[in-house]
Design a protein around this ligand. Structure first.
Ligand code: ARG
Ligand code: ASP
Length: 749
């Protein structure tokens, strides 16, 4: 696939930044006249050793500091284009997680929650791999996964100069954008010349809001097979109760294998494919960690917003998060109740529930962390000092920056809020989202594909859950959107109200109204019923489309989709275009102003290195957490009565006999540990490496008090959580009896 992603956010570029990761070396004369600023700034936003997500290509600059903490390798060992190195063992797993190769035969490890969708897809009530775990005994038993791919970074490059070639100070933003887009397309095509576009792709993305551009050449493998997974009672031990929390005891891992054609090149699934022989695979350290040890995480963090203004943080922490949390609480209450009643429903909704619950809980921790750390207050103070400095500097473009950005945020907020409410309420109703997807699938890809979409949908659909969620979400949606009536579709719900005793104002808070609407919608929509939907799709695609467009579910959802598409998203894009332009200047300005601070580009799903040390933390007054958990804690939490804490009997037996084998350390088995690595969503499954680049564990989470790290990294509470590789090996060995897999690994004891 020729995939040249254009993520241009930028504006005009008059000055180029100093190379990334180095401090600006010169102070402006005006800053020299205000030395107290810098003292203050040091106090406000100190440059912290452990903070930062570094570009592998530029890691050289961080090596001395890493070595001080215990790193024993070179920059070339982390990233090199000339020799096999650690990066050649790292993959972007399924686009949302990280994984790493741990054997010469393409064995791949990632988190259980990253492989969860695949494990679920192979599960039925009879073969419940979620519940019982799965271990392929031979290569033949390894299970293919439609749609799953993993991507290696083959090389990266700073292409700022090429991307900006032909850009001048005088040209308009539109002209400039046109040139940048054309350059990006050209660079992408040149890079891919002679390569199979099915398996190689180029991504060119801006860093620092378009102050720099980097090219990533990727290679994608599409035959990825499931090899092993522990039972969920181990892989998801603690469930959503312990999620985002320390102390933690989750064996969050699963195993896959990359398959290639007989030339060791990526290929679509085929029985003739063979295990991939990687350029590099990780050695495993069974030596473990102790407090203070150096650790490094190498993976794909998704998105952070370290440099946004206080207004944006205020919106996230105090407005958006609380409302989204509330909507998800409503959904989760229904799902949890219904899942507890029925085994089949529990499986059907396990993945959906985990997804809904995950952000729901993260947002709570994030808002609280931001409040506790006074992030907004600190940012406001920073902005105040910046303004004084800007005015002293006399530079007009700096002076007007914050006031204009704040204005834009004010304009943006209602649109952002509406957009989030559409996503978290209207589109969270499965039937409505399905109606919309089915219609567009028919238009774009015809009936055959639409039948596939419908099969996928009904496999995991349970109408009573969805119907109740519809009622609750719509009532809440209209309640909060009432003051933003102009951002609602004018004709919403009306197409239905003529046929139902609903008439009148849809904004009414009358809950009954929504329950009547639900009864009508779920009683009459053909799309709520598998057989009716399949009958409908058996017609020729024109009449299928006709029917769908007359279906109550489609009639209900389409005005929202339309309004979002024409009245909300374009405005958001327009405001963001100007904001991002200003953020570009903002980045330049704060690098000059706050030149004691260390800058790194926000995460954008590109490969990063982050490092820190194993350390506990204090979550509350008079409480101190230790950084390592053990199997003793699993036994303390074990409770057959509580789903999240009901471990397999085999684990109880092994514990009772204390048969820990070669994985025993100090009389127990270490399970998880925390450290100060700056990670984010997407880092799940990332290798946690020691100073020699050996695998110590798998990153899978952060502590609740520290989920704010996407916005501010607060060293006192921001910790990443990893599962200790010795626990992984113990489970593979003792629970999975997968000695043949362990024999594939290079284990250093
Ligand atoms: N919080 C972790 C992350 O964001 C793990 C999520 C999966 N686990 C769960 N219990 N839902 O991905
Ligand atoms: N659990 C997250 C993930 O799936 C990691 C995190 O947000 O810390 O990537």
């Amino acid at each position: 696939m020729l995939q040249i992603q254009l993520k241009v956010r930028g504006a005009e570029s008059r000055r180029f930044l100093p190379p990334i990761h180095t401090k600006a070396s010169t102070r402006t004369s005006s800053s020299r006249t205000f030395p107290t600023f810098f003292l203050l700034l040091l106090f406000l936003l100190p440059a912290r050793a452990d903070e930062g997500m570094w570009l592998p290509m530029l890691i050289r600059q961080k090596i001395p500091q890493m070595q001080e903490l215990g790193f024993r390798l070179t920059a070339e060992d982390i990233y090199s284009v000339n020799q096999a190195c650690l990066k050649d063992a790292i993959v972007h797993f399924g686009g949302g997680c990280t994984g790493e190769v741990i054997s010469a035969e393409g064995l791949l490890i990632t988190n259980h929650h990253c492989g969860y969708g695949q494990i679920q897809a192979h599960s039925t009530v009879e073969h419940d791999y979620l519940k019982d775990g799965f271990w392929a005994r031979t290569r033949k038993e390894e299970l293919p996964n439609k749609g799953l791919s993993v991507t290696f970074l083959r090389r990266m490059e700073d292409v700022t100069q090429q991307v900006l070639e032909g850009v001048t100070d005088q040209m308009s933003e539109v002209e400039r954008q046109g040139i940048i887009e054309a350059n990006i397309k050209k660079i992408g095509e040149e890079t891919l010349r002679g390569m199979d576009p099915g398996f190689y792709s180029v991504r060119i993305t801006p860093a620092y809001y378009g102050n720099q551009y980097f090219l990533y050449l990727n290679q994608t493998f599409r035959d990825i097979r499931l090899v092993g997974a522990p039972p969920s009672s181990i892989g998801k031990f603690g469930g959503d109760t312990d999620n985002w929390m320390w102390p933690r005891h989750t064996g969050d891992f699963s195993l896959f294998r990359i398959y290639a054609n007989t030339d060791n090149e990526p290929a679509e699934y085929s029985q003739d494919n063979v295990p991939y022989r990687p350029l590099h695979h990780l050695s495993i350290s069974a030596k473990g960690v102790k407090p203070g040890d150096f650790t490094m995480v190498y993976g794909y963090p998704g998105r952070t917003q370290q440099y946004v203004l206080s207004s944006a943080v205020d919106y996230i922490a105090n407005h958006s998060n609380p409302q989204k949390i509330h909507l998800r609480t409503l959904r989760l209450e229904v799902m949890n109740r219904e899942q507890a009643k029925d085994q089949a429903v529990r499986i059907q909704y396990s993945n959906k529930n985990a997804g809904v619950s995950n952000s729901w809980k993260k947002w709570q921790g994030e808002s609280r962390g931001i409040l506790n750390a006074n992030t907004i207050g600190k940012k406001q103070e920073f902005e105040r000092l910046f303004q004084v400095w800007a005015e002293a500097s006399g530079r007009q473009e700096y002076i007007t920056l914050i006031p204009r950005m704040k204005e834009l945020y004010k304009e943006l907020e209602p649109y952002m809020f509406a957009s989030e409410m559409y996503a978290e309420a209207v589109m969270a109703v499965e039937l409505l989202r399905f109606a919309n997807t089915l219609e567009s699938t028919l238009v774009r890809s015809g009936t055959a594909r639409a039948v596939e979409v419908a099969e996928d949908f009904f496999k995991d659909y349970y109408l009573p859950i969805d119907k109740e969620i519809f009622e609750l979400l719509f009532a809440e949606f209209y309640r909060v959107m009432e003051p933003l009536g102009h951002l609602l579709p004018a004709d919403a719900i009306h197409p239905l109200s003529s046929d139902t005793p609903l008439g009148g104002n849809p904004l009414s808070r009358d809950g009954l109204r929504f329950s009547r609407l639900a009864a009508y919608l779920y009683g009459t929509s053909a799309l709520a019923d598998r057989q009716k939907t399949m009958d409908l799709l058996a017609k020729d695609s024109a009449s299928a489309l006709d029917h769908i467009r007359q279906d109550p579910a489609f009639l209900l959802v389409s005005p929202f989709v339309e309004k979002n598409h024409t009245g909300i998203q374009p405005r958001i894009a327009e405001i963001n275009r100007e904001l991002n332009l200003l953020y570009r200047t903002w980045m330049q300005a704060i690098m000059e102003f706050d030149n004691n601070r260390i800058f790194y580009p926000d995460a954008n799903s590109t490969l990063r290195v982050t490092y820190g040390t194993v350390q506990g933390y204090s979550p509350a007054d008079a409480v101190m957490y230790l950084p390592v958990s053990t199997i003793e804690g699993i036994m303390q939490k074990d409770n057959p009565e509580i789903f999240d804490y009901n471990i397999p009997q085999s684990l109880r037996d092994i514990y009772a006999a204390r048969e820990f084998g070669r994985w025993e350390t100090d009389g127990t088995v270490p399970v998880c540990f925390i450290a100060t690595n700056h990670t984010s969503g997407g880092n799940s499954g990332s290798p946690v490496l020691n100073g020699d680049g050996h695998l110590l564990g798998l990153n899978f989470d952060r502590v609740w008090e520290g989920t704010m790290s996407d916005i501010e990294f607060n060293l006192s509470v921001c910790r990443n959580i990893s599962v200790d590789i010795r626990y992984v090996l113990f489970i593979m060995d003792k629970i999975g009896n997968a000695k043949y897999l362990i024999d594939e690994l290079d284990i250093i004891e």
